[in-house]
Write a protein that binds this ligand. Sequence first.
Ligand SMILES: *Cc1c(COP(=O)(O)O)cnc(C)c1O
Length: 406
Amino acid sequence: MDFDGFFKAELDAVREEGRYRVFTEIERHRGRFPHATRYVGDETSAVTVWCSNDYLGMGQHPVVIEAMHRVLDECGAGAGGTRNISGTNHHHVLLEAELADLHNKEAALLFTSGYVSNWAGLGTLAAKIPGCVVFSDALNHASMIEGIRHSRAPYKVWAHNDPADLDRLLSEFGPEVPKLVAFESVYSMDGDIAPIAEILDVCEKHGAMSYIDEVHAVGLYGARGGGVAEREGLMDRITVIEGTLGKAFGVMGGYIAASADLVDFVRTFASGFIFSTALPPAVAAGACASIAHLKASSRERELQQDRVATVRRKLDMLGIPHLPNPSHIIPVMVGDAKKAKMISDWLMDNHGIYVQPINYPTVPRGTERLRITPSPVHTDGDINRLIDALSDIWSQCELARGSIAA
Ligand SMILES: *Cc1c(COP(=O)(O)O)cnc(C)c1O
């Protein structure tokens, strides 16, 4: 076989569809985010980042930077091993205690990323509980889907955010069948929020375990940043809460929080946990400092909500269509892969505004969009420049205006 010829043909098909991924190379500068430097070969230009998941700017927060510097100097660069073989650093243990406390659970377990925590967490539970059937929300993240598939457990997909459909599917199985229900709180591409209480009612009715991905909510919602489940007083009713340290907390890593026995079970049986080098201690310390800060401070959350409301209001004034949702994610809908890329390129080249176009398979074809994530570090000036640029291209390209019904 002509392997390279095959690779090239497959890539050409993706290019033809306008969804070939071109990575934008930037250099973030501590203290200046969301302003960054863009690289195209040797040429540089100034950009404002409008699509980061460093939702609160914690990646440059002094308490995080200080903790990482201190522990890097104290402990060195890497963990030096898997958790089982010399790699469990004191800072991992402190972080797991901080996470358990954040979610009011008995224990927590760290992974190298949120992706791995979902893949290994769901994969291990579904594979190792005899006869387990998984019930997965239709819009669950790739990491959850891969974990469920990898487990080889039978699974059913329920209609997105639809507790009645979940109830219907769960009813197909008798009480003796162990059931695991997997869903998210904030869905990252539409920014909608699950009806968690209703979903938990259904889980409890059927004696099912509940597994929630709060990746786009931890740090951002709840009085201490415990997520939407904290805000709604539901953490105690959820079996497993999964989160990331790489988005609002601004560092890197993933975790699950649950009962001591469940966490010990995953620790013992998850291949993706045990056979991989532990996070660098400085990373653990930075994440720990970030969580501790956001537990005590709501300032960042309030400022973020204020910035989000301001951007939405200004988009509405111009009739630029964006999905109405109750979260911090603003999807500006374009509906065509090539157009979304063209608008994104134009914003970058003419205004130094960086918003990555979101295409299939991340979102369904025909719903291509620009996903805007305002943060506390975006100033009024930044917002005005974004809005003026969008208004300009919407006029120049005669793009549709109007609002999208809730
Ligand atoms: C980003 C993301 C993950 C993965 O988290 P990482 O820490 O980035 O690996 C998991 N679930 C959802 C919904 C995500 O958007």
